[in-house]
Design a protein around this ligand. Structure first.
Ligand SMILES: C[S@@+](CC[C@H](N)C(=O)[O-])C[C@H]1O[C@@H](n2cnc3c(N)ncnc32)[C@H](O)[C@@H]1O
Length: 350
């Protein structure tokens, strides 16, 4: 039986909801906002959050029904006002905040852009100093852990890419991490002649290890070791999977600009990501929204405030700046991820 740890990965994410709730109480967020209706930036400035922290934290608080968002701005929900405020008879804050400790203070610091001097980012560009990925033992756990998720989604992702780009000859998996997407795209796309894995040396070593242990046919797979902030190889199709979410919008845009510079006129980009959503139609969609918003907060913490999940409109805006438009509808794959496709605006029929 193929080991599938997806459920455990998802369960771990929900601790973020507890952390966010305890941070709300520690900051007296409900009392501080009171009856005010504040714009995103006014709320962000009130609490001294960075932009990336604010968009991530406020989205989670919306899904947790602590904040509500209207056209005029953010305000506290009646439920939160009743249960999480100080000095209200109905408040459950004294009980709910029991056991709150240093982890909450460290998290609030991170929301404000502060972290311990010795904290290392998970990833970086080649010239930006040491990262967690430079510690080989820890990096192996991370890379192998992530690859077990990639093994799950590689087939549905490859099937989605094959539908959109059946005649593509070359594909680049940017920030590849593992060879599973390459292998399954080669299986699903008969015209494909080669797949290029693009990753930094400290990540690529594990993709090579997985190729060997899984005995994956390497004849049509090329390794491009390098920094995607410098350049990406030429390809007909680009897959950027679970990688945009490690960066702020300006860095995400730099990767897209490099893809844009190397891609042919009729090329295709597949952004494969967990998508943040702050509206839902039923309980099951709400649970998915909570998972994604919790995941965004995990990313924010792991990347020292750089990463997050983006909403569909935010992806569209970042790709749109580089001249791309969505091509077709989003395709859910597995493990909470969704494939979004983009083409140059003048090539899109929809
Ligand atoms: C979260 S992992 C995603 C792996 C895989 N694509 C997936 O969907 O599971 C991000 C990947 O980007 C790579 N990466 C991070 N910074 C990079 C950089 N500056 N240049 C190239 N690759 C980078 C990491 O080594 C890692 O393999």
């Amino acid at each position: 039986m193929k080991m599938d740890a997806a459920r455990f990965y998802a369960l771990l994410r929900f601790e973020e909801a507890s952390l966010a709730l305890r941070a709300v109480m520690r900051m007296r967020l409900v009392d501080e906002i009171g009856d005010d209706n504040l714009s995103h930036s006014a709320l962000r400035e009130k609490f001294g959050f960075t932009e990336q922290a604010a968009r991530t934290f406020f989205a989670l608080l919306q899904v947790m029904e602590i904040l509500q968002h209207t056209e005029d701005g953010h305000s506290v929900t009646p439920l939160a006002a009743e249960c999480l405020a100080d000095g209200v008879a109905s408040s459950r804050k004294p009980y709910l905040s029991m056991g709150t400790g240093d982890d909450v203070d460290a998290f609030i610091d991170l929301l404000r852009g502060k972290h311990p001097d010795d904290a290392l980012p998970l990833y970086s560009g080649e010239d930006a100093g040491e990262t967690v990925m430079d510690n080989t033992d820890v990096a192996r756990e991370i890379a192998i852990g992530l690859s077990s998720r990639a093994r799950n989604f590689a087939q549905p992702l490859a099937a989605a890419v094959a539908t959109k780009a059946a005649s593509a000859k070359t594909l680049a998996d940017v920030g590849a991490g593992s060879p599973y997407v390459a292998r399954d795209c080669l299986n699903a796309m008969p015209e494909l002649q080669k797949v290029m894995l693009v990753d930094r040396v400290n990540g690529m070593q594990f993709a090579r290890e997985i190729m060997d242990t899984e005995r994956i046919d390497a004849s049509r797979i090329e390794f491009h070791e390098g920094d995607f902030f410098n350049a990406v190889p030429k390809a007909d199709v680009y897959v950027l999977s679970n990688t945009a979410h490690d960066w702020r919008p300006p860095e995400y845009s730099v990767i897209i600009d490099h893809i844009n510079a190397s891609m042919p006129e009729d090329g295709l980009i597949c952004i494969h990501e967990p998508i943040l959503m702050t509206a839902w139609k039923n309980d099951s969609e709400w649970l998915h929204a909570l998972w994604m918003a919790c995941y965004a907060q995990t990313l924010l913490r792991f990347t020292l405030g750089e990463g997050t999940c983006y909403k569909l409109e935010e992806h569209h805006a970042i790709l749109g700046k580089a001249g791309f438009e969505p091509s077709g509808s989003p395709v859910p794959t597995s493990d909470g991820c969704t494939a979004l496709f983009y083409q140059r605006a003048d090539r899109c029929e929809n």
